[in-house]
Design a protein around this ligand. Sequence first.
Ligand code: TRP
Length: 454
Amino acid sequence: MLRRRGKWGSQLGFILAAAGSAVGLGNIWRFPYMTGENGGAPFVFIYILCVIIIGLPILLAELAIGRHTEKNPVGAFKNLAPRSGWFLVGLLGVATGIGILSYYAVIAGWTVGYFFKTVTGAFSTQLTAEDSKIIFETFVSNPGLVMLCLFVFIVMTAYVVRGGVSKGIERWSKILMPTLFIMLVLLTIRSVTLPGAVDGLRFYLQPDFSEITLTTFAKALGQAMFSMSLGMGAMITYGSYIGKKESLPSSAAWVCFSDLSVALISGLMIFPALFAMNISPEEGPGLVFVVLPTIFARIPGGLFFGTGFFLLLSVAALTSTISLLEVVVAFLVDQYRWSRTKAVVSMSALAFFVGIPSALSLGASTWLSNIPFVNRGFLDLFNIILGNYSLIIGSFLIALFVSYKWGIRAVVAEVRRENNIFYFRRTWAFLIRYITPIAILAIFVYIMITGNYF
Ligand code: TRP
């Protein structure tokens, strides 16, 4: 068990793996869809604030907890606060991880499906927004197909996690993640030069602050947590594999910067095209799958770009699902001495079964597609409860834990190990002690009073 620890070869190796966990569908699929549903530019503005003021400090705290204890989230809390209830925070994280994995793999499966669709020429150069929407709806309402895609994706995830987060995936990410970034930029250039793109830019970038409510705040904060893989111990787990010499603040800053820039560029790619094609920003979880093919149809070499894009997006999703499964596996292996294989096989099977209702919730099953009272599909609901609220609660508890239980000084000592420098430690301490808990509490009180959960 000890030999498994400290496995990132270098600081760069760790940054790539953690950025791989952070950058994924959260940036390219979830961010545009949440932005579209929540009014555009004001949401983007609050999101950026949340990433820097709340996300970055929590990221650093999680990494410090992980590196100090060299444990999975449950083991880490047990180690730092023995004989107390804090380990439940870790347990909440592990459960949330399985839940997020279950529906995340559904969307990831769609990207694989869309890769094959594009290769086989399903999207013609004449493609209109209506055609694209019909293609999407036909695809996601085919129960056999979506379940097959989900299955394929879970198997890929299990395969990689089974072998340990191998050098292979690190080496791959090094080449593939920058390629994805370049493609994003090229597609963005096409998108902003489409006729009618200006309205999209306005929607995305020109905030009207009168529209901001605390519900917008809750969604933006949840999106920040989701996108940075925070609030459920993924970064505690990844932190447990960091060498003692590495600088935590600079790693955290790199991860944060790459994650934020990919999200912001994705929005720049989606919204101009969306407005140019007359698609509604409130399209929901299908948003990018409807918009993207219309861009590919209007670009020279669209087939090449389309296939390349969905392939790379699948890889980005895979580096994220790996981190979700790794948390649960590390927990079972450390705490219950399960073999890695047993943990991987049983937990990926669990994620598959829990994922089925999500997979069927975009048309394949009428009931699951529009659940009474909440008027949302199952996937959408899971995405809000687990991807938003559970992560926010987790982050809140982590902030309280490092501030008032483990202690600011202990974190500072961990960061400063081996003479590392911690420049903004006062700012960090202030944010995590006061700003994070108060902001989250205010949001929850507001939501409970108004009943505006969704
Ligand atoms: N951050 C990833 C994304 O943006 C998703 C993800 C991976 C995640 N691990 C996580 C989200 C842990 C929350 C918690 O696509």
